[in-house]
Design a binder for this molecule. Structure first.
Ligand SMILES: [Zn+2]
Ligand SMILES: [Zn+2]
Length: 247
């Protein structure tokens, strides 16, 4: 778990906390925790527990990955000596420190967002990592499309919930290509995974992988697209669909 100073800083940079980064878990800090919990559908009790910790780190890691992706493509604009350190790839640790803040500022400067020390909604949107969507908010997908294909033989269809990160990535791809995105395999229980020849610790088991295709898009093209998304951990094709999994 992050210590108090670390989570205060994360919350502050993500725009949920307005107090000092002082390591004191007081009323203002609790308010910040509550605000974050509310946005990410966690129990808003103001207590920094394991679930809140996991979600906050996940959000911070996604931000770091997106910044790395952006910085990778911009070496030529990093010419002045002051900006040179920003060449450095960020370590994906979910802890927002000076380097991450520097990268945020750099990104904001070059995309015309006023840098105020916070990576708010506009910044996250511009980085392509706006708030995660749920099935309730999804325009294109129903949870049923991710159901385990064992047809009730070994499980009830959803041994684990479908990750909102996965859903968000798929929703974005669907939007990007304006064509149906068909899921051929979403969740899998252990037995179905073995049947499908899935690897031992397949991310299909934990709701963080899907095999899919878009009728009007070549699998290779879709795979290339997925590769560029900051939330994507691994993607491959060549089996009649595209496998994509997320962190
Ligand atoms: Zn099953
Ligand atoms: Zn797969």
């Amino acid at each position: 778990m992050l210590n108090t100073k670390q989570f205060q800083r994360n919350l502050k940079v993500l725009g949920y906390y307005r107090g000092f980064v002082d390591g004191l878990n007081g009323v203002v800090t609790k308010e910040g925790i509550k605000a974050f919990q509310g946005v990410y559908s966690l129990e808003a009790d103001g207590i920094y527990g394991p679930k809140t910790d996991a979600k906050l780190r996940e959000v911070a890691e996604t931000l770091q990955r997106a910044l790395n992706e952006y910085l990778k493509g911009k070496p030529e604009s990093l010419s002045s000596p002051r900006e040179k350190p920003l060449y450095e790839k960020l370590v994906i640790d979910g802890i927002i420190g000076n380097k991450t803040c520097g990268a945020i500022e750099f990104f904001q400067k070059y995309t015309g967002i006023t840098p105020v020390g916070v990576a708010g909604a506009a910044t996250l949107q511009a980085l392509g990592i706006g708030k995660l969507i749920s099935f309730k908010q999804s325009k294109y997908f129903k949870q049923d499309e991710f159901r385990c294909r064992c047809k009730g033989a070994f499980c009830k269809g959803f041994p684990e919930p479908v990750s909102e990160i996965l859903l968000t990535v798929l929703e974005r791809a669907r939007e990007h290509y304006s064509d149906r995105l068909i899921i051929t395999s979403g969740l899998r229980c252990e037995k179905q995974n073995r049947r499908d020849g899935g690897i031992l610790r397949s991310r299909h088991l934990i709701g963080r992988a899907a095999d899919c295709y878009i009728p009007s898009v070549a699998d290779k093209t879709l795979c290339q697209y997925f590769k560029k998304q900051p939330e994507v951990r691994y993607t491959y094709t060549g089996f009649g669909a595209v496998h994509v999994d997320v962190y």
